[in-house]
Design a protein around this ligand. Structure first.
Ligand code: SF4
Length: 155
């Protein structure tokens, strides 16, 4: 998996103060996409074990308390990204107690295959669906258009 940006301190992408990773690779080609440079799987930089270790360390860093991790892109549930994202969210669950995980995907929840759904077992919130320009509303919290849905993945 490649990634485009990693922000160790972010207050924009999800609630509270967070670590945020924007991965590379997206098949959805939404009209009006804010981040077309992330569409190619080969764009950005390789996601390494060192970066995964850094994310874990940043989430646990007591100097700036983080509420959790946000995963966006690109699409973290692009089939080529799922195994790496699954390993990351499993690590966060095990090594960062109390931290939540929010994930944005262009797929609808009902479209996810078995492997993609495995990721849902380890995250707290899924925001699903393509960005649809005719349903866009900048006042919506955590999503760009009305068709997108915020799903709680933990009961
Ligand atoms: S899912 Fe997101 S990154 Fe992918 S094309 Fe749509 S808006 Fe852009």
């Amino acid at each position: 998996m490649n990634y485009h940006q990693y922000y160790p301190v972010d207050v924009v992408n999800g609630p509270g103060t967070r670590c945020t990773l924007f991965v590379s690779g997206c098949v959805h080609q939404c009209k009006g996409c804010y981040n077309q440079s992330t569409w190619s799987l080969t764009s950005g930089l390789p996601f390494t074990d060192q970066l995964a270790d850094q994310i874990i360390a940043d989430l646990n860093d007591q100097r700036i308390i983080k509420r959790g991790l946000s995963l966006s892109g690109g699409d973290p549930l692009h089939p080529s990204n799922v195994s790496t994202v699954l390993a990351l969210v499993q690590r966060v669950n095990q090594e960062c107690p109390g931290k939540d995980i929010w994930l944005w995907t262009g797929y609808r929840l009902s479209e996810l295959n078995a492997q993609q759904r495995q990721v849902l077992d380890h995250i707290d919130v899924l925001i699903d669906g393509k960005f649809e320009q005719d349903k866009a509303d900048p006042s919506l919290p955590w999503r760009g258009s009305h068709n997108q849905v915020i799903h709680s993945c933990k009961v």
